[in-house]
Design a protein around this ligand. Structure first.
Ligand SMILES: [Ca+2]
Length: 341
């Protein structure tokens, strides 16, 4: 597909250019930013300031960003345009500039990358623990697969390691399939808060053979194992989401755990969209079509709620019903059912 082609072509160039100066210890714009931003990153604001200041210094236009993307910081912008053209992309008149690329809401395990583009694009953010191994890909939850192009982009990164330097860049695609990369950036996640010990296991994980036997819908009618499909609610990752096709309060999901379990608690985190819709604010659970518990209030989609049952419930099938929502493409980042091992 066009995105993959474009990405891989300039990947090698960007990585080679980005890693060489690091190894040599030279002070080159991309590597010095990469090295200095995390060191004084006491919090999101510092990262933003540093990033914005750096942008301003090199002129916040398409040439600067695309230039740094290809790593040819000493080369004139024309060289980058021709580089894209050489990769089979006619981007001479379609150069995309990245506007105010920044990191917000940095926590111990997550952060949000935000930026604008000068023309409408679809986007992903590639991230990793090393600038030459951006092995993870995060998407914008607002992105409509049928019309994914927008000027403003908000990409949550989830499941990040605590107290770690996260390297990332934005990759955008225009409607004509031209691919552009932002410069490499980095930030440092916060130290982990003292975790409450919980040696129970999540028996709702798809990796344990748990099946989705019914659901209200998947966004766009996709398969359960596709992006936005129901299995994304039980894959153990906050970075993936099950989204319904506008089911609002009618969202539901039914799991077959494979065998009866004595369930002690449920953990839930809703999805959310930037317009405030799609949040499951409360829900109930129905066990083996007989016992109903809830509603449980889960109003903050940035939080993983854990609800302890007054008495453990033995069940093999569990139905999750949204009770109240903010409407729209409601869904879940993750649904966990906790039991003793
Ligand atoms: Ca998930």
């Amino acid at each position: 597909m066009p995105l993959a082609c474009g990405v891989s072509d300039s990947d090698d160039e960007a990585r080679a250019a980005a890693s060489a100066p690091n190894d040599a210890g030279e002070s080159e714009p991309t590597s010095s930013k990469d090295a200095t931003v995390p060191s004084d990153a006491g919090g999101p604001a510092v990262v933003d300031d540093a990033a914005v200041a750096d942008d301003a210094a090199v002129a916040d236009d398409a040439a600067a960003d695309v230039s740094r993307d290809s790593g040819a910081s000493a080369a004139p912008p024309e060289a980058d345009t021709s580089m894209d053209a050489a990769a089979g992309q006619d981007s001479t008149t379609n150069a995309v500039s990245f506007i105010d690329l920044r990191v917000e809401d940095v926590a111990s395990d997550r952060a949000t990358v935000r930026f604008g583009t000068s023309v409408e694009t679809s986007c992903v953010v590639e991230w990793g623990l090393s600038s030459d191994a951006l092995v993870n890909t995060a998407v914008d939850p607002d992105m409509d697969p049928d019309d994914p192009y927008a000027l403003d982009h908000r990409v949550p990164l989830e499941d990040l390691p605590a107290a770690s330097v996260i390297h990332f860049r934005a990759v955008v695609t225009t409607p004509s399939d031209d691919v552009f990369h932002s410069d490499l950036r980095s930030f440092t996640t916060l130290a982990a808060e003292a975790a409450v010990e919980d040696d129970r296991i999540n028996v709702a994980l798809s990796a344990r053979g748990v099946r989705v036997i019914d659901k209200s819908s998947n966004y766009g009618g996709v398969a359960d194992d596709a992006n936005w499909g129901a299995l994304a609610a039980i894959d153990g990752q906050m970075g993936t989401e099950w989204a319904t096709n506008g089911d609002g309060d009618g969202a539901f999901l039914v799991l077959d755990l494979g065998q009866p379990h004595l369930l002690e608690a449920v953990a839930v985190r809703s999805r959310k969209m930037s317009d405030g819709s799609s949040i499951i604010e409360s829900f109930e659970l129905v066990f083996d079509d007989s016992v109903t518990l809830g509603p449980f209030a889960s109003p903050d989609p940035d939080r993983r709620y854990v609800f302890e049952f007054e008495e453990a419930v033995e069940a093999q099938t569990v139905r999750f019903n949204a009770s109240s929502t903010s409407g729209g493409n409601t869904g879940l980042k993750e649904l966990e059912l906790l039991a003793d091992p």
